[in-house]
Design a binder for this molecule. Structure first.
Ligand SMILES: C[S@@+](CC[C@H](N)C(=O)[O-])C[C@H]1O[C@@H](n2cnc3c(N)ncnc32)[C@H](O)[C@@H]1O
Length: 416
C-alpha cells in the first residue's frame, strides 16, 4: 500500500502522546526518543502531541459527545482521535488530511469507530477554543489555592505560545538588542521576543544571552551585587548560575546530574562566564566553608511551566507534589547550614503548588528560628511581593505582554 503523505509525523505524534500519558515521560524526552524523521516532521510530531496535551479535557469531551461507546482513556482509538482533533483546532490542518492520516494509525483496530467519530465531529463543526479546560484535578487544586480568576488566566495561557525571554549578561546590550529586534525590555538585562527559534537568533553562538523565562530570572536578582561568595544549589543547566556569574559573584554551582552539569559547562563556555562546578547530591555533599549567599532552585513538580510543558499537568499527581515538598524541606535544611550570619538564602521553585512554595518556607521558618523573611529589593516593579515578603507569580500577571511562568521565590536572611 502506498504510504500516506505526512503519516510519519502522525505516527510519531502517537508514540509521543502514548509515552507521556501511559509511561509518564516528559514531552521533551518522548520527542527525543523519536528517530529517523526529518527535522520538520519531528517538529510537527512534537507540535501535534503538545497541542493534544494542551487541550486534552476538551478533546475528550468532544470525542465522548460523538459516540455512545466509551473509548478507554489509554486506547489507541482515543489517542488517534485526540491527535486528529488537536490538529484541527490548534494547527488548522485541513479535514481531508486529518482523516487520511488518522485512519492508517488504527489499522487492525477500531478504524470504523474512529472514522465515524471523526466524520460526525467534522460535519458538526469543531469549535475553536481560546480557553481550553485544564485537567479537573488541577483546576480544583488551583481554584482552592488561587481562585477562579487564576484558573481562567491559566486556561487562556495554555492555548497560547509563550514569548521567548532572553537574559543578557550586560544590560546595555539587552537594551540595544531589544531595539534592533523589536523586543521589549521588561526588566534589566532582559529582552522579550515574539520569535521562538533560538538557534537562528543573532548573538546565541557568541554567547551574548541565554534563554530564561522572566519569572525564572527573579531569584538571582534577589541576591545583591558585590562580588560575593555564592553557592548555587541545584544549579543545572545554569540560567541562574550565569546570572550570578555575570553579576560578578564567585559562584560554586552544585548539581546531582552529570548530563545537566555538562549542559551547564557548555553554557558557561558559550557565554564566557565562570563558576566552580561540583557534581554532588546536595543531601550528602558537605560544603567546606560558609557562603555569603545561597540560591536553592529546588527540584519540583514544575507545574508553573505548563505553557511550554503541558504534560506537567498530568505528571504532577498529589503524591509527586508531596514527595517534592519533602525533598525541598530537606534541601533547605542542608542549605541553611552553609550560610554565613547575615547572609541571604534565596529559595525558588517553578511550581504553582503552595505545598512546594509558601508551605515549605513557613515550615522552614518554624524549624529555623534564626532565619527571617526579607522582602526583596531590586526586583522589576511589576513583581508582586506578598505581605509575608515572598514572591508568588501566578498566571495572569503581565498577560498582555505575554505572561510569565508560574513561580515562587523567597529571600530568607540568617539573623544569628
Ligand atoms: C529546577 S532544576 C534547576 C534549574 C537551574 N537552577 C537553572 O536555573 O537552570 C533542579 C535541579 O536540581 C537538581 N537536583 C535534584 N536533586 C538534587 C540533589 N539532591 N542534589 C543536587 N541537585 C539536585 C536536578 O538535577 C536539576 O538540575
Amino acid at each position: 500500500m502506498p504510504s500516506v503523505e505526512g503519516i510519519g509525523a502522525r505516527r510519531a505524534a502517537l508514540q509521543i502522546l502514548d509515552a507521556v500519558l501511559r509511561r509518564d515521560r516528559t514531552l521533551d524526552a518522548a520527542g527525543s526518543a523519536i528517530r529517523n524523521l526529518s527535522p520538520p516532521d519531528h517538529a510537527l510530531a512534537v507540535a501535534i502531541a503538545g497541542e493534544a496535551l494542551r487541550r486534552l479535557p476538551d478533546l475528550d469531551a468532544l470525542i465522548d459527545s460523538a459516540t455512545r461507546l466509551r473509548l478507554p482513556d489509554d486506547s489507541k482509538g482515543r489517542m488517534v482521535l485526540r491527535l486528529a482533533l488537536a490538529q484541527k483546532i490548534g494547527l488548522g490542518t485541513p479535514d481531508h488530511a486529518l482523516v487520511a492520516t488518522a485512519l492508517p494509525l488504527v489499522d487492525g483496530g477500531p478504524r470504523r469507530l474512529v472514522h465515524g467519530v471523526l466524520g460526525t465531529l467534522l460535519r458538526r463543526g469543531v469549535p475553536a477554543n481560546d480557553t481550553p479546560r485544564l485537567p479537573i484535578e488541577v483546576e480544583e487544586r488551583w481554584r482552592t489555592a488561587w481562585g477562579q480568576e487564576t484558573v481562567e488566566a491559566a486556561r487562556r495561557q495554555i492555548a497560547r505560545r509563550p514569548a521567548l525571554d532572553l537574559t543578557f549578561a550586560d544590560d546595555a546590550e539587552a537594551q540595544a538588542y531589544a531595539q534592533a529586534h523589536e523586543g521589549a525590555n521588561l526588566a534589566a538585562n532582559h529582552v522579550r521576543l515574539r520569535s521562538s527559534s533560538v538557534g537562528d537568533l543573532a548573538g546565541f553562538h557568541e554567547g551574548r544571552w541565554w534563554v530564561q523565562d522572566l519569572a525564572a530570572s527573579l531569584p538571582a536578582r534577589m541576591i545583591e551585587g558585590g562580588a560575593r561568595d555564592v553557592l548555587d544549589l541545584c544549579a543545572a543547566p545554569g540560567g541562574k548560575t550565569m546570572q550570578l556569574a555575570a553579576a560578578g559573584h564567585r559562584v560554586t554551582a552544585v548539581d546531582a546530574s552529570e548530563s545537566r552539569l555538562a549542559r551547564l559547562r557548555e553554557n558557561l563556555g558559550r557565554t564566557h562566564l565562570d563558576a566552580t562546578l561540583v557534581e554532588a547530591d546536595a543531601l550528602r555533599w558537605e560544603a567546606a566553608r560558609e557562603y555569603d549567599a545561597i540560591l536553592l532552585d529546588a527540584p519540583c513538580s514544575a507545574t508553573g511551566t505548563f505553557r511550554r510543558h503541558p504534560e506537567v499537568l498530568y505528571r504532577a499527581r498529589p503524591r509527586v507534589i508531596a514527595e517534592a515538598s519533602e525533598l525541598q524541606d530537606r534541601l533547605l535544611d542542608r542549605a541553611a547550614q552553609w550560610l554565613k550570619p547575615g547572609g541571604a538564602l534565596v529559595y525558588s521553585v517553578c511550581s504553582l503548588e503552595p505545598q512546594e512554595g509558601e508551605a515549605v518556607v513557613r515550615t522552614f521558618l518554624n524549624r529555623h528560628r534564626q532565619f527571617q523573611l526579607d522582602a526583596p529589593n531590586g526586583l522589576p516593579n511589576f513583581v508582586p511581593v506578598s505581605p509575608e515578603g515572598w514572591v508568588r507569580i501566578l498566571p495572569g500577571l503581565l498577560e498582555t505582554e505575554g505572561g510569565l511562568d508560574g513561580f515562587f521565590t523567597a529571600r530568607l536572611v540568617r539573623t544569628g
